[in-house]
Design a protein around this ligand. Structure first.
Ligand code: NAP
Length: 288
């Protein structure tokens, strides 16, 4: 069996057309555009690329976007002051703090200063708590994108066995929770999991969110499984060029899986799409 590829870019493009028409309606009714502020601290090359993609996607959807850049040595107090000024800005409905923050910054403390009503990445403790309680407000964008891709090929997850490899707050943990809400039976694997291969082999749905390029080979995958590869790592090839690689050894896993997301072009475009959706939703809920 050769896996069918799940084209995240095509699915994202379709959803974004719908978002653009909803944004147009929003502007007609309210007289202004939804506004997103992205806060970028430091000089991480990958972050610059991601922020630029988000800015372009906002522009195409008609969402007003601002990128606020602070140098990598900005004291935590000043980062928090910037967030508080964005919290108070009535033209801004959503705020995204581009991660990772510089190492000396306590990311959890900084995120806790966001207005939870503008927390379009769903990482404020209040939003994480609501998600945990099954009463979500904002749900992190990448996990929402993963669920959408899974359900594009497997609409009902009831009774399915799912393994999520990775347990970060940004990706793995919320993905596992969302699959649990859809009545899948979920195993959350991590770096201390004793036999990852055995855990993965029974999964009908396998979500890879480790950042370990090509760790998952065909013998980790149940024949016919849906494999969602969140991992993105830039690796240097033998000829000296670089490329982006997922956690799945793509050509190998493709021989066994039923469905597989490519890297790039799988989860990434869906993350940006759910950022647009969360921003529109924040603006719709806002009084201003
Ligand atoms: P992270 O915070 O570094 O978390 C990695 C997780 O993987 C941890 O829970 C870790 O376990 C687990 N892990 C590491 N090595 C493992 C192993 N050998 N076996 C099993 N589990 C292992 O990373 P993240 O922010 O979740 O991101 C994960 C990947 O997704 C990265 O490549 C990132 O670039 C990518 N990403 C992509 C998107 C997108 O839109 N496509 C968005 C976000 C992230 P412990 O908890 O035990 O340490």
């Amino acid at each position: 069996m050769v896996a069918t590829l799940i084209d995240g870019q095509a699915i994202a493009t379709q959803i974004r057309q719908d978002i653009a028409s909803k944004v147009m309606n929003f502007k007609k009714v309210r007289g202004y555009a939804p506004g997103l502020a992205v806060l970028l601290v430091g000089d991480n090359a990958a972050s610059h690329v991601y922020v630029n993609n988000k800015r372009k996607a906002c522009e195409q959807a008609g969402i007003k976007s601002e990128v606020h850049t602070l140098s990598g040595d900005t004291p935590e107090k000043e980062i928090i002051a910037k967030i508080e000024s964005l919290n108070a800005d009535e033209q801004i409905h959503g705020i995204l703090i581009q991660l990772p923050l510089p190492e000396f910054v306590d990311a959890a403390r900084v995120i806790s200063h966001l207005d939870p009503h503008k927390d379009v990445d769903g990482l404020h403790p209040q939003n994480l708590g609501l998600l945990f309680a099954g009463r979500p407000n904002f749900i992190p964008c990448t996990p929402l994108g993963c669920l959408h891709l899974i359900q594009s090929v497997l609409p009902s997850l009831e009774g399915k066995r799912a393994v999520v490899a990775g347990r970060s707050l940004l990706v793995g943990r919320p993905v596992a929770l969302l699959l649990n809400f859809k009545n899948a039976t979920v195993v959350q694997a991590h770096s201390r999991t004793v036999n990852l291969k055995e855990e993965c082999r029974w999964a009908d749905v396998l979500v890879l969110a480790m950042g370990k390029p090509s760790l998952i080979t065909a013998n980790y995958v149940k024949p016919g499984a849906v494999v969602i590869d969140v991992g993105i790592t830039r690796v240097t090839n033998p000829d000296g060029t670089t490329s982006l690689q997922g956690d799945a050894a793509f050509e190998d896993v493709r021989q066994v899986a039923g469905f597989l997301t490519p890297v790039p072009g799988g989860v990434g475009p869906m993350t940006v799409t759910y950022l647009l959706l969360n921003t529109l939703s924040a603006a719709e809920k806002s009084r201003y």
